[in-house]
Design a protein around this ligand. Structure first.
Ligand SMILES: [Mg+2]
Ligand SMILES: [Zn+2]
Length: 215
């Protein structure tokens, strides 16, 4: 295991006080490349460093989950079974997530699950048996941050070129990529990276693919 017990759960200033027990992720633009209204498992591509980052969360003994808006279902652009097929492909690529939450509605439906509403994140916490302050949510746009805040979990924003500047400015915690997000949540791999960009022999620099590459 990469981390001592004491290192997992040091989140001063991140809005959580409990020991981190689960990390939940947005799906499109966070775990996988965003293909709008994708119903085809063959089009699933992992984001850079995403699989290594999720592996690291699991290796630290934390639960993992996904909470994803899929309004294409309500719009009639894809079926729930297509969404399921894509999600199963993501489970294949990443290893199975402990919990999946999908909102099939569109904004006009005024459901409690579509982000920025907190319903999916709260449901995931309940299904995992963890309290919101023991959970982090990682996403790529402003509604992910808003949903995390509304649910009472800590957040990390990992912007993509599609993320708006104001969404980055409103986020309390911003990471370069998913590996960096996990660094922020779990603490960097031991020993800490020294200043001035020097990296000790054998240590993975922040934001780079760990030794062995992604699976
Ligand atoms: Mg997204
Ligand atoms: Zn919904």
């Amino acid at each position: 295991m990469l981390f001592s017990e004491g290192e997992v759960g040091n989140f001063a200033g991140m809005g959580g006080t409990g020991t981190l027990k689960a990390v939940l992720f947005d799906r499109d633009g966070t775990l996988v490349v965003d293909v709008p209204y994708n119903g085809d498992p063959r089009l699933v591509r992992a984001m850079d460093h995403a699989r290594a980052a999720v592996d690291r969360v699991r290796s630290a003994g934390l639960a993992t989950g996904v909470a994803s808006n899929q309004s294409g279902v309500a719009r009639g652009l894809l079926s729930l079974s297509q969404v399921d097929a894509v999600n199963r492909r993501i489970d294949q690529l990443f290893g199975p997530f402990d919990v999946w939450e999908v909102c099939p509605h569109r904004q006009e439906d005024n459901c409690g699950c579509r982000k920025p509403a907190p319903g999916m994140i709260i449901n995931a916490c309940r299904r995992l048996g963890v309290a919101p302050d023991e959970v982090a949510y990682v996403g790529d746009i402003g509604v992910d941050v808003e949903a995390a805040r509304a649910a009472g979990v800590r957040h990390v924003l990992v912007p993509t070129p599609a993320t708006r500047v104001e969404e980055v400015e409103c986020a309390g915690v911003v990471a370069r990529d998913l590996w960096h997000a996990v660094d922020i949540l779990l603490g960097p791999p031991t020993p800490p990276t020294p200043p001035h960009g020097q990296v000790p022999v054998g240590q993975v620099p922040v934001g780079q693919v760990p030794r062995g590459g992604r699976p």
